[in-house]
Design a protein around this ligand. Structure first.
Ligand code: ZN
Ligand code: MN
Length: 486
């Protein structure tokens, strides 16, 4: 019950509405081939504890070796948010006890982070949200509570995620509403996936957010580990009204760390914040200072490629797309790349845009977002659109073929040869089909010749039916008219 606290606000006192002050700490999983300090694979979904070694298990005496690929992607993440990369940064140990943290500390960057400053402009309000810092750190392992068959009341530990490289992006407390916070996270997701910094797979935890919020300058809650845009908005909305209600009562809300329960839509306390503040940071003795060469920054600026806003503007300008269409197509890099490849293969931009926004997006969703597994690739979409434009395929039949190719995984050209060669393959096939219709529907032909216009529609329908819905109605009408004249 989101309003259990609010209901205590009595109606005669009009509560002063204070704006929320929100800041986000966003953890991004970097798209590397190996973990941050060892050669283990950082892949999601591998069998538990199959990608571990003495380093990421934190065994005594094991030494970390910094992954250059993670540093490069960290630099790219910093450039995406306009932060300035520091020539020299360093690593620290953040000590805390938790079963999924076998070393008893996390290697992070505290005193001298990889990058400082920067900002992201919120599109809906035009406001600039400042970025405080960007740093690199390792992820912890994962506790599986009760999810293991045969030992439902146990907590099991999976260390595959231990040592996975993260970039942490920290905003200033510049956000004023839950909606704005969710929008910032979406914008960040877009920037980072377009730049190839992360896979962006939210269901795998590629982007996770800790949100700090206070209302009316009092209380401050930190909501941990929000792993979807919707959860960010819902959790903050709940927390904002909870803190506002406490203010209205004159209560001083505790400074605490909370968790969000998606089922109830509520946040609940995890632990008191004051008990946790002492992480006893100190410099990591096993890693030298991190020195970034000018060349690396320039290289990463180049590899970052075109950012989503620039791409959207280019789609509008070069392809004549509406702002809405350009926005949908540049909402994710795969859609933008697919569309652009189809156009490069000769597709008309407007038709390609319509198909990508409907049929292709639907197919990609059915393939869990794995665009490279789509059976109809951009060149083939361009081919279908060409067939439609030259009236060899109807739009409806082309969509059927596309859907069938997508679900069966069969090659589109094969399907077209097999199914469409007869009626839509050319005039000859269609002419003989229509002749057959005229032979069998003698009554309708008689009616038409006697002046009944309705009979013409009937004959078109009969021919359409005989073609299995694959023929172009306009072509049927044309041939029918010719044949009925004689
Ligand atoms: Zn390892
Ligand atoms: Mn962190």
């Amino acid at each position: 019950m989101a309003s259990s606290n609010q209901s205590q606000v009595t109606s005669h006192e009009s509560p002063v509405v204070h704006p929320a002050v929100i800041g986000l700490e966003i953890h991004v999983q970097l798209r590397t081939r190996t973990k941050l300090f060892c050669g283990c694979a950082p892949n999601f979904g591998d069998p538990p504890n199959s990608a571990v070694c003495p380093v990421c298990l934190g065994l005594p005496g094991a030494l970390p070796v910094l992954n250059a690929e993670a540093v490069a992607l960290g630099v790219r993440a910093a450039l995406c948010v306009g932060a300035s990369v520091q020539r020299e940064s360093s690593f620290d140990r953040k000590s805390y006890f938790y079963p999924d943290l076998p070393k008893g500390y996390q290697i992070t960057q505290q005193a001298h982070p990889l990058a400082l400053g920067g900002g992201i402009s919120i599109e809906s309000s035009g406001r600039m949200v400042k970025i405080m810092r960007v740093h690199i750190e390792e992820d912890a392992g994962k506790s599986l509570h009760g999810g293991v068959p045969g030992s439902e009341d146990w907590t099991c530990l999976d260390f595959n995620r231990s040592g996975v490289p993260l970039a942490e992006i920290v905003t200033a407390p510049d956000l004023t509403s839950p909606e704005e916070a969710a929008e910032l996270m979406r914008l960040l997701w877009q920037k980072l996936t377009f730049a190839g910094v992360t896979t962006g797979r939210m269901e795998e935890g590629a982007l996770r957010c800790d949100a700090n919020i206070s209302v009316g300058g009092k209380g401050r809650s930190e909501i941990k580990n929000l792993n979807s845009f919707r959860f960010v908005e819902k959790a903050l909305a709940f927390e904002a009204s909870r803190l506002a209600a406490a203010n209205a009562r004159g209560a001083e809300p505790a400074r605490e760390t909370r968790l969000f329960d998606p089922d109830s839509g509520e946040t609940f306390p995890l632990r008191g914040k004051e008990a946790l503040e002492d992480y006893r940071y100190f410099p990591e003795p096993d890693l030298p200072p991190l020195v970034i060469a000018d060349g690396l920054i320039e290289e990463q600026r180049h590899l970052m490629g075109e950012q989503p806003e620039a791409r959207r503007e280019r789609f509008e300008r070069d392809f004549g797309l509406s702002p809405y269409d350009a926005g949908v197509l540049t909402a994710q890099p795969e859609a933008a790349n697919y569309f652009e490849a189809a156009v490069t293969s000769g597709a008309a931009p407007k038709a390609a845009a319509n198909w990508v926004m409907s049929e292709v997006l639907r197919a990609a969703k059915a393939h869990s977002g794995e665009w490279d597994r789509l059976s109809v690739q951009p060149e083939e979409l361009a081919f279908i659109l060409g067939e439609i434009a030259s009236k060899r395929l109807t739009n409806t039949f082309a969509k059927e073929l596309f859907a069938e190719a997508s679900t069966s995984g069969r090659k589109l050209r094969e399907l077209i040869l097999e199914k469409a060669s007869a009626p839509s393959g050319g005039d000859e096939a269609l002419r003989s089909l229509i002749e057959e219709v005229l032979k069998s529907e003698t009554a309708a032909v008689g009616d038409y010749r006697a002046g009944k216009q309705k009979a013409f529609g009937f004959l078109v329908g009969a021919a359409m039916k005989k073609s299995g819905g694959k023929a172009d109605p306009a072509a049927i009408k044309k041939i029918l008219e010719e044949k009925l004249k004689t």
